[in-house]
Design a protein around this ligand. Structure first.
Ligand code: AP5
Ligand code: MG
Length: 212
């Protein structure tokens, strides 16, 4: 199975991708997580990407396409994947189409998670993450067993550096301008599934599963 998740920053893409990944036993391919890893390792890509990420801007398409071409052609992706955060511009979607054509494959479903801007701003303030695994929590909606600590490793949780209010506002603008047009791009293929992302985490998940 090959899924793609589209949704605003903080819309719940990562949360749902992790659940779908364990249900279908396919990897979650999050460009955000991959880029944060590059930033941490101080790789050349990480150094180039950091300034865009810190400002809530998109990393240039050619860098993303290069990174994803390598990833999607790797053995890890041979049985399918869940794309979380890629593509998020029309040139990236066109690049993905070319890549899928080359390997004789296509997407099974494009899942759009809809959440309004005011709910997003509220949600982002409460997000906590476990840096090494990418596990995602929320102080109110998905709290860890011990406040401030990861459920599995018991290591401290952190706040993502781009979750500051001003950066979130910019990320939302970028989403409306550059990523939302992908919804009509994929609508042509009739593989869209739109879910109400304002519902609880469990309800969003069952809605996706029931309609896949
Ligand atoms: P990325 O990491 O992809 O960030 P994003 O798209 O802004 O989305 P988030 O990860 O912030 O949110 P999410 O939808 O995964 O929500 P989550 O499940 O965590 O990208 C970061 C940056 O990298 C970009 O700004 C850009 O610079 C760069 N980048 C990445 N990909 C790129 C690309 N393709 N091209 C160019 N640049 C790229 O949930 C959020 C919170 O809400 C959590 O606390 C969670 O517990 C909670 N929550 C989730 N669902 C619910 C629910 N239903 N009800 C209540 N709370 C919920
Ligand atoms: Mg995410």
């Amino acid at each position: 199975m090959k899924f793609l998740l589209i949704g605003p920053p903080g819309g719940g893409k990562g949360t749902q991708a992790k659940k779908l990944s364990s249900k279908f036993n396919i990897p979650q391919i999050s460009t955000g997580d991959m880029l944060r890893d590059h930033v941490k390792k101080l790789s050349e890509l990480g150094r180039k990407a950091k300034k865009f990420m810190d400002n809530g801007e998109l990393v240039p398409d050619e860098l993303i396409l290069q990174m994803m071409k390598k990833k999607l052609s790797s053995d890890e992706c041979i049985n399918g994947y869940i794309l979380d955060g890629f593509p998020r511009t029309l040139p990236q979607a066109e690049g993905l189409n070319i890549l899928l054509n080359e390997i004789g494959s296509n997407l099974n479903k494009v899942i759009v998670i809809e959440v309004s801007d005011d709910i997003i701003v509220d949600r982002m303030g409460g997000r906590r993450v476990h840096k090494n695994s990418g596990r995602i929590y929320h102080i109110k909606f998905n709290p860890p067993k011990n406040e401030g600590f990861d459920d599995i490793t018991n290591e401290p949780l952190s706040i993502r550096s781009d979750d500051k209010k001003e950066t979130v506002k910019n990320r939302l603008n970028v989403y409306h301008d550059l990523t939302k047009p992908l919804i009509s791009f994929y609508d042509k293929n009739q593989i869209l599934l739109t879910v109400n992302g304002e519902d609880s985490i469990e309800n969003v998940y069952s809605n996706i599963i029931e309609n896949l």
